[in-house]
Write a protein that binds this ligand. Structure first.
Ligand code: GLA
Length: 392
């Protein structure tokens, strides 16, 4: 197994877009190694689109842009490795990447071999400009095989945003992660939209191939390639809690060299990272009180349709028997999302209850009367690590 947990790291796209170069990558690697982020688990330093020349060379190889990467990719990979970190790259299953640089279509085995020679540990594989004459599952299978036979352990991070019902075939391709949402931007509207989209495909997440909700915008504060309105600290906390609890890779997208203290604290939240990286890696589930269901569920209908998606309660069973429980308020007014012990199978007859540790404050409380309910400010959340205890 190349990975057994969602990837943690940093990716250039959200902030730098086309303005990527070796200096940014190497300084970011320095920062991750020296700021404590590495100890938190952040490991992969990933270059996104726009790293190559616009044309392949006469031998049919992709060539790193000498202005952006004057020493070539092996040099950068060696540097990142010297910091005890891993190095990631980007290509695309189409003839061109999304920003119209050469894609790997019809060059999959040549490119995978080159990536292995350079010392790449991760490949994000996009889906723009794919020929109409083939299918997603075929081109992802081809790169899956190319990577699995390239002689190096390379994480295969598929990025087809759910197109062509990706969830149904992606595990067949050998992908380790799959982009289960569209592209993020630095606004709460985008965070809410991606989280609600993710509620529809949460049951596909789990060991073998992790749902990837896209890179984090925590700390961008409205600056950079996918900047929009920016978010408040409270909104970034909600964003990070959702991605951690829902089991997404945690890939930072801000310019770390300029990140503010509050954002760094969010990115380093130990309890949320532990939940995200839990070794059992069970799929998350939505567990608002069923009484909120508006109508009876038809057997073939997805469960999420019957829950309050503006105030979702999301949970995951953890390896040591604890439960991670997050209550989220996506609305623009104060709300009180709730669930109850029955949602976890802990009916009164069990004689059990839950002791809740708040992951942000460390405060410990107990569930009373079987109800877990919290009044929340707009766009905020509370997440608990819940321990099964005897009812009082
Ligand atoms: C697509 C991907 C993004 C990013 C860009 C690069 O939109 O979904 O994450 O990689 O391409 O062009």
């Amino acid at each position: 197994m190349i990975i057994t947990k969602p990837v943690m790291g940093w990716n250039s796209w959200n902030t730098f877009g086309e303005n990527i170069n070796e200096k940014v990558v190497m300084e970011t690697a320095d920062f991750i190694a020296e700021s404590g982020l590495k100890e938190c688990g952040y490991e992969y330093v990933i270059i996104d689109d726009c790293w190559s020349l616009r044309e392949r060379n006469a031998a049919g190889e992709i060539v790193p842009d000498p202005e952006k990467f004057p020493h070539g990719m092996k040099y950068v990979a060696d540097y990142v490795h010297s910091k005890g970190l891993k190095f990631g790259m980007y290509s695309c299953a189409g003839t061109l990447t999304c920003a119209r640089y050469p894609g790997s279509y019809d060059h999959e085995f040549v490119d995978a071999k080159k990536f292995a020679e350079w010392g790449i540990d991760y490949l994000k594989y996009d889906y723009c400009y794919h020929p109409e004459t083939t299918y997603g599952h075929v081109v992802y299978k081809r790169m899956g095989l190319a990577l699995a036979n390239c002689g190096r352990d390379i994480v295969f991070a598929a990025c087809s945003w759910g197109a062509e019902n990706t969830k149904a075939w992606i595990k067949e391709t050998g992908a380790h992660t799959w982009r289960s949402t569209g592209d993020i931007n630095d606004s709460f509207a985008s965070i809410k939209h991606l989280a609600q989209d993710q509620l529809k495909v949460m049951e596909y997440n789990g060991n073998g191939c992790y749902n990837d909700m896209d890179m984090l915008v925590v700390g961008m504060r409205g600056e950079g390639n996918v900047a929009l309105t920016g978010c408040t600290t409270e909104e970034y906390k909600t964003h990070f809690a959702l991605w951690a609890l829902m089991g997404s890779p945690l890939i930072i997208g801000c310019d770390l060299r300029k990140a503010d203290e509050e954002s760094m604290e969010i990115l380093k939240n130990k309890m949320l990272i532990e939940i995200n990286q839990d070794e059992a890696y069970r799929q998350p589930f939505i567990c608002n009180n069923r009484r909120e269901c508006r109508e009876e569920r038809k057997l073939d209908e997805p469960l999420y349709k019957h829950y309050q998606v503006d105030q979702p309660v999301v949970a995951r069973f953890l390896a040591n028997g604890d439960i991670a429980i997050g209550l989220f308020n996506f609305e623009d007014r104060k709300c009180s999302p709730f669930t109850n012990l029955d949602a976890f199978g802990l009916g009164e007859c069990t004689g059990k209850s839950l002791e809740l540790t708040n992951v942000w404050t460390g405060e410990v409380t107990r569930v009373k009367n079987g109800l877990i309910r919290q009044e929340l400010e707009p766009h905020s959340c509370v997440v608990y690590r819940a321990k099964v205890v005897d009812a009082e």
